[in-house]
Design a protein around this ligand. Structure first.
Ligand code: ATP
Ligand code: MG
Length: 353
């Protein structure tokens, strides 16, 4: 795909692009996004007379995303991925913990400062049907952020910006006056991406952006996101339960289980070594070409409840390597097996071969 020189988004970071921005960021500059010990408890009512209970959706999670970097986040349904993604841009308030964005503490920011900061942090949701207002035209949907953040001086300029961004995501500018219901699922997701891009963000949370789409369309949208990420040196938090999608897009991958990150590291390292028994089970359960597309299920049982998470390692009740007296008692720290590798695992008995 050729670079569209009319596209009015400046290359963020360095003109040399994503790789350079990422390298610079990793060389010691602070990460763009730095989340520290984030936790989120949701109160749940299990009946009018039941004692109040809480879902521990996210439990003490620390991670960062460099400039120009795509961090993939995988895990089963209910592991806390969406909650973590929303916490990362303060769409929801953490129960405990902080998020720094470009060095500023989002969790301590005034509403006004946060509103201005919102331009730089966008989100693309899974469901392009639910996330686009059916009563707004594409021009209004994509132009809304441009107006709110006063990015255009005139109406003509606003129109030109909407046109350019639509074009960049592969939609024709003459579709501007259409409504979401006149589009296909893939086209709607392109609109959602255009809406996010229109305000020239630095960071986009993509929460299962292709899971609701037909298989044939998924690859197109994944490729588009990958291209945009690289071209604009965007930072992405790319959430998906589909490992193949995550591996394809991400520089680093984090694996979540019951509210905690159990393994994180360079995408290739995590997918080749799979030190955590859960990561291994997750990869083995993913259909692959060499097994004729057939998935094997290795994990016995359903994930434990986030209302009463297990003591010790949250994965121990389903883990074939768990040792009594250790894994059911002590929480394993998320640590590098090889110092300096950036590949961390939270497991007392990691898989080593
Ligand atoms: N608003 C809420 N109120 C109560 N519980 C919630 C709320 N949102 C999420 N949860 C619970 O928090 C846990 C984590 O949910 P979350 O949606 O973050 O998981 P997920 O990994 O994104 O799952 P999925 O793959 O299904 O999207 C789940 O147990 C879920 O039921
Ligand atoms: Mg989710």
């Amino acid at each position: 795909m050729t670079r569209d020189s009319d596209f009015p988004l400046p290359a963020q970071g360095d003109a040399a692009g994503a790789a350079e921005a990422r390298a610079e960021s990793a060389r010691g500059e602070r990460p763009l996004v730095q989340a520290e010990r984030l936790s989120k408890l949701y109160p749940v009512r299990r009946g009018p007379f039941a004692k109040p209970a809480f879902v521990q959706a996210v439990d003490g999670v620390t991670f960062h995303v460099h400039r120009g970097e795509a961090l993939g986040l995988v895990g089963e349904s209910g592991s806390g991925k969406s909650t973590l993604g929303r916490l990362a841009i303060r769409l929801i308030e953490p129960t405990v913990g902080r998020v720094f964005f470009d060095g500023e503490d989002l969790t301590a920011m005034s509403d006004r400062a946060l509103r201005a900061m919102r331009r730089r942090m966008q989100i693309v949701f899974q469901d392009p049907y639910g996330s686009l207002n059916p009563r707004m035209t594409l021009r209004e949907i994509v132009g809304e952020g441009i107006v709110i953040h006063r990015l255009a001086r005139t109406r003509d300029e606003e129109t030109a910006m909407v046109e350019a961004v639509l074009q960049r995501v592969g939609l024709r500018p003459d579709m501007m006056e259409r409504f979401p219901h006149e589009l296909s699922g893939g086209q709607r997701q392109r609109v959602a991406i255009a809406r996010a891009l229109a305000v020239r963000p630095d960071f986009i949370v993509c929460d299962e952006p292709v899971s609701a789409l037909d298989l044939s369309v998924q690859a197109q949208i994944v490729n588009l996101l990958e291209e945009l990420q690289d071209e604009l040196a965007l930072s992405l938090l790319f959430i998906s339960h589909d490992l193949r999608v995550v591996e394809h897009v991400s520089h680093r991958v984090a694996v979540m289980y019951l509210g905690r990150i159990v393994e994180i590291g360079p995408a290739q390292g995590v997918s080749e070594r799979r030190h955590h028994p859960y990561t291994r089970a997750l990869f083995d359960a993913t259909p692959s070409i060499d097994r004729g597309g057939k998935a094997r299920r290795l994990l016995p049982g359903a994930p434990a409840s986030a209302i009463n998470p297990p003591e010790g390692c949250v994965f121990h009740p389903r883990c074939r390597r768990a040792e009594e007296g250790k894994c059911d008692v002590e929480i394993p720290p998320l640590e590098e097996l090889v110092p300096g590798s950036g590949h961390r695992v939270a497991c007392w008995y990691p898989e080593l071969e």
